[in-house]
Design a protein around this ligand. Structure first.
Ligand SMILES: [Zn+2]
Length: 815
C-alpha cells in the first residue's frame, strides 16, 4: 500500500502560480466591449449558404421545464463531522505529521488509467493544444469530467484563449449564460446539499472563493491552492483529510463540495444580516374601468386564488393586497374577522397608511378571509366608472406596508398611470418608428420607476409586472421596475378574457408556484488573468460586481462576458464560480455554488471547434439589446450580423492570427466551418428578424419592449426557439406522438417535452416552401404557438384534429 506522498519540496519552490496578490478580482466593471469590426472583403452572401438542407436542429434542453419545487436533495448530506475525525484517526499516515512542502500535480504524474484525462477531448485533444500547455504551466490535476449540467450553465466555448490577441482573433463573444435555480429534469438529478460542520464553509482567505473540485491540494492535504486567485490556504483542522496516491482527498466521494460542480450549502448564521424572511407576496391591482370591463380583474382574482393554493413555502407565508383607480384601497384581512374591510385613501399627495400588520397578513391564519376577498373582488368594482389610474401612489403605499419584510410584489396594470407620482406621458410617435431615433421611446421616459426600483431592491422587494395595454402604456418606463428588482414583465395587448385569459392565469400561477429564492445576492468569480466584464439580465449591481436579486426564481437567467484582464494568462485552466446566497421558501439561508473548469488553449482552431452556436446567439442577443438602447436598433442589427461574419471568417482560419501557416484566401474558402458553428448564420438571420430587432415601422413600441424584456432573461434553449421557432408537422404524426416515450428508449431532448418525456410531432425546417396547402403545422416560439392549417388539408386530417370536415366549419376560438 502506497502511503508516502511525493518527496517533500521546499516551500520556496512551490509558487508556480503568480504570487498571491490579495487584490480583488473585480477591480473594474466596464461596459461591454463590442468585438472589433472586420476589415476584410465583403461577406459571403447571406442567406442559407452555410446551412445544409436537412440538418436537424441541434439537441437542446427542454424548452418549457415544468415548475418543479426544490431541486435539492436533502438526503445527500455531507458526512457528519464525526466521520471526518474517524477518517483522520484511521489514516495510515497518522504515525507522523504530513510532510511539509507540497505537490503540484501535472498531467505527467497522472496514472495511465485515469479516466479524467484519457478520452477526454479537453485534455487529450489536438497535439497543438497539448503543446501549448507545456509552454505554460504544467497542467494541474483537473478532472474535466466534473461538469455543471447544461440546464444551469452554458459557455460560448468549451476552451478559452490563452491571451488577449488570440481572443481578438477568434472574434467570438466569450462568456456564458447561467440559470442558477434551473429545475431538475429527471428524478435523481437534484443538487447535493452540504451542511457545513464546525469548520464552517471552507473558502479562500483572499478572494472568498468556495472550495471546489478544481482546487489543488498540497502538503498532503494540509493546504490548498485557490484556483481563482492562486493564494495558498490552510485547511482547517476539522476539515483535514489525507490525500490518496493521485493527490485527491480520500474523503472526496463523501463531500459533494469537492467532487461535484454544483452544490448547495446550508448557510450558517454569519451569512444572515437578519433572520431569514418569510415568503411574502403583495398584490397591487388596477381596478379602473378598463381593467373591469375587459375582464382583466376577474382573471387576476382567479389567477391569484389558484396560485395561493399551491404557493411554495411554509406556514409563515404572508400576503397583502392593494387596489387602486383614482384612490388607493387598503384591505384589512385579519384572520377570524367576518370579512375583508376596505379603507379608501384619496389624498394621493399625503398618503395615509394604516397599521401595516393588518394589511400584510399570515396566509395560513387568514386564508378564508383572503379567499372571500378574491371571490368578491370582481363584483366589488363591477360598476366602477373611474378611468384614472394612480399606480405610483399605490406602489408607494404597497412599499410602506411591505418594506419591513420584502418579498414578491405582483402589479397588474391596465391603463397608463395618470395620477400622482409616476405619471407617464403619451410618447408614441409613429414618425420615428423604424428610424434611428426609435431607441428614444424604448428608453424610460420617466426616472421615477427606476428610482423607485432601487428603493425596492434595497428593501428586498421584487416586482413582477403584468400589463394589459389597450393603448400605448409606456412599457419602457414601467419595465424599469421589474428590470432592476430582478422581476419579470408580462404583457397581454388587447386582452381578451376568453382567449388570453388561460395563458395569463397560467403564467401568473407559474410566477407564484415556481421555486423562488428571497433576499438573494449573486457573485461570479473567475481565474486571475480573466475578468467578468459585463452582466446581462434583470438585477441591480451593488458595488462593482454583486448582483442584488430581491428574488431569484427557477426562471431567472443572467448572461456574463469574460475578458482577459492581463494580456497573457498564466494558467492553463479557467475556473468560473458563481455563488447565489438566498433565503429559501422554507426559510433556510442557502448558498448555491456552481463551479466550472474550462481548458485554456493556444489554438484558434481548437477554440472555434468547441464553440456553441446557441449560447453565442443567446449572448449576442443580450448584448445587442443594450446596443439598441445606447445607440440604435439599426446599429444593433449591424453588430449582430458583423459578429457572425467575423466568427465565420475566423473559423475558416482568417482574422490575421496564426503566424506561419496562415491560410491563403483560397484555403479559407475551401475550409469547412466547424460543425459547432454551422447553424450560426441561420440563427443570426433569424435574430435580426425577431420583433426585438426587426426594422420597419410595424412593431408597436410596447410590443418591442415586451420582446426585449423576455429576450434579456431567456436561457439558451428558450432563446433559440424564440429566435428560430420550431415547426412541428401535425398532419403526418405517427402513433407515438403525444404519448410518453417508451421506457428505456434513448430520446433526444429536443424530441420530447416535460418530465414525462412526451414525444413531440416531427420537427421540420422552418421554411416557407414547406407550407403546402395540404399540410398542418404547429409553430412554437416558446412564448407563442401558431397553428398553420393548409386550406387543402384532407377531410380526415380536419376531422381528427378539429372534428369538422373542412376549414370553413372551423372556429379559431375553438382551436
Ligand atoms: Zn482565492
Amino acid at each position: 500500500m502506497h502511503v508516502g506522498a511525493p518527496p517533500p519540496q521546499q516551500q520556496q519552490q512551490l509558487p508556480r502560480h503568480p504570487p498571491p496578490g490579495g487584490a480583488p478580482q473585480f477591480r473594474t466593471f466596464g461596459s461591454s466591449q463590442p468585438p472589433p469590426q472586420g476589415t476584410g472583403g465583403p461577406p459571403r452572401p447571406t442567406g442559407g449558404t452555410f446551412i445544409p438542407v436537412g440538418v436537424p436542429p441541434p439537441p437542446v434542453g427542454v424548452s418549457h421545464p415544468p415548475a418543479v419545487l426544490g431541486p435539492c436533495n436533502p438526503s445527500q448530506l455531507s458526512a457528519p463531522a464525526g466521520q471526518q475525525f474517524r477518517q483522520y484517526n484511521q489514516s495510515p499516515l497518522l504515525g507522523g505529521p504530513p510532510p511539509p512542502g507540497g505537490q503540484f500535480h501535472s498531467a505527467s504524474q497522472q496514472p495511465a488509467n485515469q479516466f479524467r484525462a484519457a478520452g477526454n477531448p479537453v485534455m487529450s485533444g489536438g497535439s497543438q493544444g497539448m503543446k501549448s500547455y507545456s509552454e505554460q504551466q504544467p497542467v494541474p490535476d483537473i478532472d474535466f469530467s466534473i461538469q455543471v449540467p447544461e440546464r444551469f450553465l452554458r459557455f460560448t466555448t468549451k476552451k478559452f484563449p490563452s491571451n488577449a490577441g488570440l481572443s481578438g482573433a477568434c472574434r467570438l463573444p466569450f462568456g456564458g449564460v447561467i440559470r442558477p435555480l434551473a429545475p431538475s429534469i429527471d428524478e435523481g438529478d437534484g443538487v447535493s446539499v452540504v451542511n457545513p460542520s464546525s469548520s464552517g464553509i471552507v473558502r479562500c482567505k483572499s478572494c472568498r472563493t468556495y472550495i471546489n473540485p478544481f482546487v489543488n491540494w498540497i502538503e498532503n492535504g494540509r493546504r490548498w491552492r485557490c484556483n481563482i486567485c492562486g493564494v495558498l490556504n490552510d485547511v482547517p483542522s476539522a476539515y483535514f483529510c489525507h490525500l490518496d496516491e493521485q493527490g485527491r482527498r480520500r474523503d472526496a466521494d463523501t463531500r459533494p463540495e469537492i467532487s461535484e460542480a454544483v452544490v448547495e450549502y446550508i448557510a450558517p448564521a454569519e451569512y444572515m444580516v437578519r433572520p431569514p424572511q418569510p415568503p411574502a407576496y403583495f398584490f397591487v391591482i388596477d381596478v379602473s374601468l378598463q381593467a373591469v370591463q375587459s375582464g382583466v380583474l376577474a382573471r387576476v382574482a382567479e389567477g391569484i386564488k389558484s396560485g395561493l393554493v399551491d404557493l411554495t413555502g411554509d406556514d409563515r407565508t404572508m400576503v397583502g393586497f392593494i387596489t387602486y383607480d383614482n384612490s388607493v384601497h387598503y384591505y384589512v384581512l385579519r384572520g377570524g374577522s367576518s370579512g375583508p374591510q376596505m379603507l379608501v385613501v384619496s389624498d394621493l399627495a399625503n398618503l395615509f397608511v394604516p397599521a401595516p400588520e393588518d394589511l400584510f397578513v399570515n396566509l395560513a391564519d387568514s386564508r378564508d378571509v383572503v379567499h372571500n376577498f378574491l371571490d368578491s373582488l370582481p363584483d366589488m368594482f363591477s360598476k366602477n366608472q373611474v378611468r384614472d389610474s394612480c399606480l405610483g401612489p399605490a406602489l408607494k403605499a404597497a412599499f410602506t406596508v411591505s418594506k419591513q419584510v420584502g418579498g414578491k410584489m405582483c402589479v397588474f396594470q391596465s391603463a397608463m398611470p395618470n395620477l400622482g407620482d409616476g405619471t407617464l406621458q403619451f410618447r408614441e410617435n409613429p414618425r420615428i418608428m423604424g428610424t434611428q431615433e426609435e431607441y428614444q421611446i424604448l428608453r424610460p421616459g420617466n426616472m421615477w420607476y427606476k428610482d423607485t426600483a432601487l428603493e425596492f431592491s434595497k428593501a428586498q422587494i421584487c416586482v413582477d409586472m403584468f400589463l394589459f395595454p389597450f393603448h400605448y402604456i409606456d412599457a419602457a418606463s414601467l419595465g424599469e421596475l421589474p428590470r432592476r428588482t430582478a422581476g419579470q414583465l408580462y404583457s397581454y395587448p388587447s386582452f381578451d378574457a376568453t382567449t388570453d385569459g388561460p395563458k395569463f392565469v397560467s403564467e401568473l400561477r407559474r410566477t407564484l408556484t415556481r421555486e423562488t429564492a428571497f433576499e438573494a445576492v449573486m457573485r461570479v468569480r473567475c481565474t486571475k488573468g480573466f475578468k467578468i466584464n459585463h452582466f446581462y439580465g434583470n438585477f441591480h449591481i451593488r458595488g462593482t460586481d454583486l448582483l442584488a436579486l430581491p428574488n431569484c426564481t427557477s426562471d431567472s437567467v443572467f448572461g456574463f462576458e469574460i475578458q482577459h484582464d492581463e494580456h497573457n494568462v498564466n494558467n492553463s485552466v479557467l475556473t468560473v464560480q458563481s455563488a447565489l446566497l438566498y433565503t429559501s421558501s422554507e426559510g433556510q439561508r442557502r448558498i448555491r455554488v456552481h463551479t466550472q473548469a474550462l481548458a485554456v488553449s493556444n489554438s484558434q482552431q481548437e477554440i472555434m471547434e468547441t464553440a456553441d452556436a446557441e449560447t453565442i446567439t443567446c449572448l449576442v442577443s443580450k448584448r445587442a439589446l443594450e446596443i439598441s438602447l445606447s445607440n440604435s436598433i439599426d446599429t444593433a442589427r449591424t453588430k449582430i450580423q458583423q459578429t457572425c461574419i467575423d466568427i465565420l471568417r475566423s473559423a475558416k482560419g482568417g482574422g490575421g492570427y496564426g503566424g506561419a501557416g496562415y491560410p491563403s484566401q483560397q484555403q479559407q474558402e475551401e475550409k469547412e466551418i466547424p460543425a459547432s458553428l454551422k447553424l450560426l448564420p441561420l440563427y443570426t438571420l433569424a435574430l435580426i428578424k425577431n420583433v426585438a430587432f426587426r426594422g420597419g415601422n410595424d412593431v408597436h413600441p410596447d410590443e418591442r419592449v415586451q420582446a426585449r424584456m423576455r429576450m434579456a432573461c431567456m436561457y439558451v434553449p428558450d432563446c433559440r426557439y424564440f429566435v428560430y421557432p420550431r415547426m412541428l408537422s401535425i398532419h403526418d404524426m405517427d402513433g407515438s406522438a403525444g404519448r410518453p416515450a417508451a421506457e428505456g428508449v434513448e430520446v433526444k431532448p429536443s424530441t420530447v417535452a416535460g418530465k414525462l418525456k412526451v414525444v413531440l410531432p416531427k420537427a421540420v425546417n422552418l421554411s416557407g416552401e414547406r407550407l403546402l396547402a395540404s399540410c398542418v403545422f404547429l409553430v412554437d416560439s416558446g412564448v407563442d404557438m401558431f397553428l398553420w392549417v393548409g386550406s387543402a388539408a384532407g377531410e380526415e386530417v380536419f376531422n381528427s384534429l378539429f372534428g369538422v370536415n373542412s376549414i370553413e366549419g372551423c372556429s379559431s376560438a375553438e382551436v
